[in-house]
Design a protein around this ligand. Structure first.
Ligand code: NAP
Length: 454
């Protein structure tokens, strides 16, 4: 895949980048080792000073960064600006909290003193996707650097300007030269880096095939990995729910980021008593969304990321309809310039269709009419994925049942799944393993050293 900036709103290729050569990659890895040896000896206060500076820069340049994100992957400018500001939040969270998350943890034993000590591992490779081009990277980079590791970023090939801007950000914030570097490379070069002894661990956020490839290479190399992969999250609405709230959150949860979010609500399980009412309200809510130029303030939905993505979702919808699904509204490509797709809703999704089992990475909601919560959970758990989930109900027993039985890395009650630096984030089943954010996120790339002093 070419490393280039192509505006999804117009299809125009704006700039093409030359990939780094093997020699350049080797130099960058060498630099990463040197930077690690410096950063690991910095105090938490020194690391925090640079991380707070990074947060300040993210906030003061949120609009500039936002324009790059919108240009390269098509999300609305207002959501891009919000993304840059959220990145500042995660930087501040770890600047303040890293020291306590990684404090020596004393355990009483027969020794005179024994404790857990959290030590950094070294250079870590992060393979990242384009859909939240700043947030995905910053939620890895801020804990990794605060722990004393160095980072090497292989970003998606369609967001090179974002990748370079993030590298600049950490240089300007005052981290050691080489502490966080961008590698302009395609996916095919990842194996070589993973097999390099100097690179100690890897994290990948992206699709299943990419995750499986990285995990299997790291398995052979005995290197720790964190995988954040796809999802097909359930969004359950029961009769006692506040329906206005459920429809409002449901619409946002399915269509935010132009429908390209791993934790989007993709399958809606609606109790039969309220099904028709909720369906009508959801349709009205989807039809009210304004599709258009992502830079405009009043636009809700920009283009999909590229032509392949538009083709893929169109095929998934056609396959479902051919198998017997019914179109409630939208769910079709929009003729003309750019990769625009009308948000839509399908119902009566047959189990034979691709949409029933696959992730739909575009704004298409699948509706399922269910008789009981147990039935909703059973169908929800048929998915190979297990990332997020949500339930809208006032009934505490139903809330408990969903929390206990939904196979997912998160269950949000009366709210939509979202990421928050203070809470761990990640999935189970084919959505991946390991956790980002919170204490788990910063400990993921640490050597939990056992210390025992007789
Ligand atoms: P993708 O095609 O897997 O790309 C993700 C990254 O992996 C890119 O940098 C890509 O590089 C690289 N890559 C692709 N194939 C590779 C391989 N065989 N070996 C090594 N690297 C490889 O995924 P995407 O289409 O960009 O992202 C969408 C997917 O990410 C969805 O499934 C979504 O649900 C998931 N996602 C998950 C989370 C989460 O936290 N769980 C968050 C966001 C997105 P190139 O661009 O050069 O191909």
């Amino acid at each position: 895949m070419a490393i280039q900036t192509q505006n999804p709103a117009t299809g125009e290729v704006i700039q093409t980048f030359k990939a780094h050569s093997d020699a350049e990659i080797d130099l960058k890895i060498a630099k990463s080792v040197v930077a690690f040896n410096e950063l690991r000896n910095w105090s938490f206060a020194e690391r925090a000073k640079a991380m707070v500076k990074a947060a300040d820069i993210l906030e003061s340049r949120a609009e500039d960064y936002g324009r790059i994100m919108t240009l390269e992957m098509g999300k609305t400018l207002k959501s891009s600006i919000a993304e840059a500001k959220k990145c500042a939040w995660v930087c501040r969270y770890y600047a303040e909290g890293a020291e306590s998350h990684l404090a020596d943890d004393v355990v009483k034993t027969d020794a005179s003193k024994s404790y857990r000590k959290y030590l950094p591992l070294g250079p870590i490779l992060a393979v990242m996707p384009w859909n939240y081009p700043f947030w995905q990277v910053l939620r890895f980079a801020s804990p990794a650097l605060m722990a004393g590791n160095s980072g090497l970023l292989k970003h998606a090939s369609n967001v090179p300007q974002c990748a370079l801007a993030i590298e600049e950000l950490f240089i300007e914030a005052g981290f050691p030269d080489g502490a966080f570097q961008t590698l302009l490379i395609g996916g095919a070069k990842v194996e070589r880096i993973l097999r390099d002894d100097r690179v100690r661990a890897a994290t990948l956020t992206g699709s299943e095939p990419a995750g499986a490839s990285v995990a299997s290479i790291c398995g052979e190399e005995i290197k720790p990995t964190v995988l954040e992969l796809g999802g097909s999250d359930a969004f359950i609405i029961m009769p006692s729910a506040d329906l206005d709230k459920a429809v409002k959150f449901g619409t946002t949860a399915r269509t935010q980021n132009n429908g390209q979010s791993c934790i989007a609500a993709k399958r809606f399980f609606i109790h039969e008593d309220i099904y028709d009412d909720v369906k009508t309200r959801l349709r009205q809510s989807f039809e009210a969304l304004k599709i258009g130029d992502p830079v405009m303030e009043d636009t809700d939905i920009g283009p999909l990321v590229n032509e392949d993505s538009l083709k893929e979702v169109t095929e998934q919808v056609q396959n479902a309809l051919a198998d017997g699904a019914v179109r409630v509204c939208g769910a079709e490509a929009i003729e003309g310039e750019g990769y625009f797709f009308k948000p839509g809703i399908l119902e009566n999704i047959p189990a034979s269709s691709r949409a029933y089992h696959e992730e739909i990475f575009a704004p298409v909601a699948l509706l399922f009419k269910i008789k009981t919560l147990g039935e909703a959970i059973e169908i929800a758990n048929e998915s190979p994925f297990g990332l997020g989930s949500a339930i809208f109900t006032q009934d505490e027993a139903e809330q408990e049942q969903a929390i206990r039985d939904l196979e997912a890395g998160a269950t949000f009650v009366n709210s939509m799944t979202s990421s928050d630096p203070r809470l761990p984030f990640g999935g189970i089943k084919r959505s991946g393993f390991g956790r980002e954010l919170a204490a788990e996120g910063i400990r993921a790339f640490c050597n939990v050293k056992t210390v025992s002093i007789a």
